[in-house]
Structure formats: structure tokens, C-alpha cells
Design a protein. Structure first.
Length: 224
């Protein structure tokens, strides 16, 4: 819009200059009638000078307009096919960081004592007394059991809530360590009872076992 207005303004100015020149040339015409026949009136050349000056002015203004127009035209940068102007930032890793070895988190035993507990394959009353740190005599009396009595898996035991601890060493074998399965009858519950105060859920977590937690002969287990 600005370019069009500038062009119109310059053309209007040029037209005004031409009009003034023409008016001056016309105003000098009557001088020829005052001359005598013997006199020769030489043209002053004023009209020609003004026309030449006007032409030069138009040419100058046109050149200025073209230069202004060229300077205001945005230059579009071209890119050679197959090249890229994007430069990756320095210091940024382009390869993924190698993964680290996952750390197995072994849960701690749930604090407190349950009111009841259901025996699993390979467990027995004294094992449960050690695991929950309750008095073994109280456990036997509360459930009407005698020493040496064999209970079947699925038997529910009532757990004493008096707060009296297990009498004697709770741990039967030292741990942490490893245990190698030697019998097809071994279960995570019998292995936990072998160590005394180890919770089966801790063995499951330490070895990433999946239900039904079947063990195999010569299988090595991590014992927390």
C-alpha cells in the first residue's frame, strides 16, 4: 500500500511540474506579436530547459522508487536439496543409556500377629511360633495340641495375642544365604521353616518366584 501511494505521489508531482512548464511557455507566446517584422525573436529556451529538468526529475524519482522497492523486498534463502541447516545441540546424548540391573526389593515381615493362620505344605506349629515370635506353649495350649502332633495343610491355628515371645532361638539356621532344593517335597514354606524366622513372602520376592511357587531339585534359592 505504501509503495502504491509513493508512486502516485511522484507521478502527481511530475504532472504538476509539466503543467507549470506548459503555463510558462504559453505566457511567453504573446511576445512574438509585439515584435516588428524586421526583428527576429529568439526563443528563450525556457520551456525546453524546464521539460528537460522535469524529465530528469522523473527519471531520478523512478530510480529512487525502484531502489526502495528492491531494498524492501524480503530475500528468501534457498536450501540445497539433500542438506540440512539443523545442527544438533552439543552435549546431548544420541544413544540410550544402557539399563541398569534391577534391584530386587525384599519386603519386610508385616508387623503384628494375625489372629489366625492356615498351615501350608511343609509347615508345623513350632515353625509358626518362631515366625510370629509367639510363645510356643501358649500356641499349643490355645489350639489344644500336644507335642509331636502332626497337622495337615489347611489346618487353622489360633495365634496367641498375649505378647509373650518365643522361648529360645527363633533362627534354626543362619541367613542370609542360599538354599539348594534337594527334595521334590520342598516348598517355599518348608524352606522358611528350615530357617525358622524367615517369612515365605520374603523368599518369593528375593527369587522373583511366580505362583504356584513350584521348586525343582538342585534349584538354588536366595534366603534373605
Amino acid at each position: 500500500m505504501f509503495k502504491k501511494l509513493s508512486l502516485i505521489l511522484m507521478l502527481s508531482l511530475a504532472a504538476m511540474v509539466l503543467l507549470v512548464a506548459c503555463q510558462r511557455a504559453a505566457s511567453q507566446a504573446p511576445l512574438a506579436s509585439l515584435a516588428t517584422p524586421s526583428e527576429t525573436i529568439q526563443p528563450t529556451g525556457m520551456g525546453q530547459v524546464e521539460l528537460i529538468g522535469t524529465t530528469q526529475m522523473i527519471q531520478t524519482m523512478t530510480a529512487i522508487f525502484e531502489q526502495t522497492n528492491a531494498a524492501s523486498t524480503p530475500v528468501v534463502a534457498t536450501e540445497t536439496p539433500g542438506t540440512s541447516t539443523l545442527v544438533p545441540p552439543t552435549g546431548v546424548a544420541t544413544t540410550p543409556t544402557p539399563g541398569t540391573t534391577p534391584v530386587i526389593i525384599v519386603p519386610t515381615s508385616t508387623p503384628g500377629r494375625p489372629a489366625t493362620y492356615t498351615l501350608m505344605q511343609g509347615e508345623f506349629p513350632y515353625c509358626i511360633a518362631r515366625r510370629f515370635n509367639v510363645n510356643q506353649d501358649e500356641l499349643m495350649t490355645l489350639n489344644g495340641l500336644t507335642s509331636g502332633e502332626v497337622l495337615q495343610p489347611g489346618t487353622d491355628l489360633r495365634i496367641p495375642q498375649s505378647g509373650n515371645p518365643f522361648v529360645g532361638e527363633r533362627a534354626l539356621h543362619p541367613h542370609p544365604g542360599t538354599f539348594t532344593v534337594t527334595s521334590a517335597n520342598d516348598t517355599i514354606y518348608s524352606v522358611a521353616c528350615y530357617f525358622g524366622d524367615v517369612d515365605p513372602t520374603q523368599i518369593i520376592a528375593a527369587n522373583s518366584l511366580i505362583s504356584p511357587y513350584t521348586l525343582h531339585i538342585n534349584q538354588a534359592l536366595n534366603i534373605p
